[in-house]
Design a protein around this ligand. Structure first.
Ligand code: 13P
Length: 253
């Protein structure tokens, strides 16, 4: 960390929670966040985003969604548009999470269109990239991530990255208890920043790149200490107030 980028710790609740559980978790976080210097974000299931946005207004926490529709409006049953998310006070949206890519067949082209849809309505897209275990083992990591980034760069250009976040989440580390080593994370984060810098060095120097994949209170400190790791995207550990607060507390510039 460092370099003037304010750390961001984002919880991705995935399809967990209920109104009662969310309230208990948020109140526990809000009661103890005053000592945290990082920006803190929770990405909730769509149906809870509005209520959470109301509760978090004026606090140091923000709310995000976990996906959105690439289309602006129309006959897309079951989908939620960027304008709708903006309308209810949502600030951030995950784009291209690996579960969306693998379970819901979102390819690089669709992810790029979602990124454009989000930023065109003033939402901050959190663009998730990362390689599978097979891709890492066959030394495809950089090629895979380059393709994931290039699809978005082709659709959106570099300028929107000044208002975007990138999250590196190696698929093999998500929900597995296997975490990338700090050196593995740093290597890919530096690659991502370097790739963006080929388009615009200033934008690349300012973009926050989060690490995700089995981040816990016990490993967050060493990951966040790396030069190009600007915080975390946290799944399972974001559902437990104590653990998430511990992660937030070690994210400082
Ligand atoms: P875990 O922290 O549970 O590994 O999940 C990571 C993730 O997918 C966050 O988006």
């Amino acid at each position: 960390m460092g370099n003037g980028r304010r750390p961001l710790v984002a919880g991705n609740w995935k399809m967990h929670g209920s109104r009662a559980e969310n309230t208990a978790l948020l109140e526990a976080l809000l009661a103890r966040l005053n000592r945290v210097s990082a920006e803190v974000l929770v990405c909730a299931p769509f149906v809870y985003v509005s209520e959470i946005a109301t509760r978090l207004a004026g606090t140091q926490m923000a709310v995000g969604a976990q996906s959105l529709c690439a289309e602006p409006v129309g006959a897309f049953t079951g989908e939620v548009s960027a304008a709708m998310l903006q309308d209810i006070g949502c600030k951030y949206v995950l784009v291209g999470h690996s579960e969306r890519r693998s379970l819901f067949h979102e390819d690089n082209g669709l992810v790029a269109r979602k990124f454009v849809a989000a930023q065109s309505k003033g939402l901050v897209p959190v663009l998730c990239v990362g390689e599978s275990l097979a891709e890492r083992q066959s030394e495809q990591t950089f090629a895979v991530i380059r393709e994931q980034l290039d699809a978005v760069l082709a659709a959106a250009g570099i300028a929107p990255f000044a208002q975007a976040v990138v999250a590196y989440e190696p698929v093999w580390a998500i929900g597995t208890g296997l975490t990338a080593t700090p050196e593995q994370a740093q290597e890919v984060h530096a690659f991502i920043r370097g790739h963006l810098a080929k388009q615009d060095a200033t934008v690349a120097a300012g973009v926050r790149i989060l690490y995700g994949g089995s981040v816990k209170g016990s490993n967050a400190g060493e990951l966040f200490a790396m030069a190009d790791v600007d915080g975390g995207l946290v799944g399972g550990a974001s559902l437990k107030a104590d653990e998430f607060l511990q992660i937030c507390a070690v994210a400082h510039s």
